[in-house]
Design a protein around this ligand. Structure first.
Ligand SMILES: CC(C)(COP(=O)(O)OP(=O)(O)OC[C@H]1O[C@@H](n2cnc3c(N)ncnc32)[C@H](O)[C@@H]1OP(=O)(O)O)[C@@H](O)C(=O)NCCC(=O)NCCS
Length: 307
């Protein structure tokens, strides 16, 4: 078995790394035309070397989330994100992984879902899927009253948002309620109540009502994928992002989720979108079934290892 030396990448390595990244991008983008892979490496990062030849590259990026941030509901406080991973040899990947590890931090990498299982040999398991739905209306099958939310809905919305996160807790270690969750959602609601423009990133919230009671909500927003952005996970364009969808437990499985998502999709379409996106936790047993039924297909898988 080859023992790779791992060292910092230098400017002299960039042509070899870019060639490997481009070949990998050709292969994976051909498997899924919606995927955009990096074709050139930013300065820095690590290379695995065998007898002078570059056998792999990885650029670790340490991301730390401060206490009180709502992102802690699904992210570990410190995570080393693997950027521009490329190697054909799991042994070289293991050497790069070991060299980029930070004590007390998680490791995470986004990889095209079409590539199937990956990274298990270096201890990372699938945690989330980023899914994409092409443009087009979603037919609503259930006659339920759906409308835009208004300020008097605030407490019902906060309860539904908390319930959405709480639903995950028995199924996955990757999502949990944190103190920052409620204030962040209330702040987005306040912005929406103040009439902030969705084009400027404001949330739009739709609710479904039964007997005058709010029983479901969908929070959506517009997101841009700039042309030529190395960080983009999507073809260039504007996308409608579903941030939080929650149906009260007693009303699940009756078509209300479809109805509230259909309304959000119809509203996002008014802005001219190239598709609809969302994140789902791989451990969520409902999300795995519901989102494919509503036309969403896995685009990226996030793999991670938590300490
Ligand atoms: C996920 C959720 C929003 C879906 O809303 P819902 O009202 O239960 O879903 P619907 O009844 O509208 O069903 C939508 C589709 O999913 C399918 N589906 C729903 N529940 C299902 C189940 N338990 N098993 C298999 N398929 C199911 C339905 O058949 C339906 O397909 P169709 O519209 O083509 O007939 C809701 O179940 C929920 O709040 N779950 C807890 C929180 C959560 O997981 N939120 C999403 C996080 S990504």
């Amino acid at each position: 078995m080859t023992r790779y030396a791992v060292r910092p990448a230098t400017a002299a390595d960039s042509a070899a790394i870019d060639t490997q990244l481009s070949r990998q991008a050709d292969r994976l983008e051909a498997l899924d035309r919606r995927v955009r892979m990096p074709r050139s490496a930013a300065p820095g990062g690590l290379v695995a070397v065998d007898a002078g030849a570059i056998a792999g590259h990885l650029r670790p990026l340490l991301v730390e989330i401060t206490a009180g941030d709502e992102l802690l509901s699904f992210s570990f406080p410190s995570t080393v994100h693997w950027q521009e991973v490329v190697t054909a040899d799991p042994v070289a990947l293991a050497a790069l992984a070991a060299a980029s590890r930070v004590h007390g931090a998680a490791d995470a990498v986004l990889w095209p879902a079409v590539a199937g299982p990956a990274f298990g040999e270096v201890g990372l398991e699938p945690s989330f899927v980023f899914a994409l739905r092409p443009p087009g209306p979603l037919p609503c099958k259930t006659p339920v009253a759906v409308r835009r939310a208004w300020p008097a809905d605030t407490e019902s919305l906060v309860a539904l948002h908390e319930a959405e996160v709480a639903f995950h807790e028995p199924h996955t270690p990757y999502i949990r309620r944190v103190p920052g969750l409620e204030p962040a959602y209330r702040a987005r609601l306040q912005r929406a109540w103040a009439g902030a423009d969705p084009v400027e990133g404001a949330s739009v919230i739709h609710v479904a009502e039964i007997g005058g009671r709010v029983v479901a909500m969908c929070e959506s927003m517009l997101q841009a994928s700039p042309a030529g952005s190395a960080a983009s996970r999507l073809p260039a364009g504007r996308y409608g992002f579903l941030n939080s969808v929650s149906v009260a437990a007693a009303h699940r499985g009756a078509g209300i989720g479809r109805a509230v998502v259909a309304a959000a999709i119809a509203n996002l379409a008014l802005y001219g979108v190239d598709g609809y996106t969302l994140w789902l936790a791989t451990g969520n047993p409902l999300a795995r079934r519901v989102w494919p039924a509503l036309g969403f297909r896995a685009l990226w898988t996030r793999f991670e290892r938590r300490p």
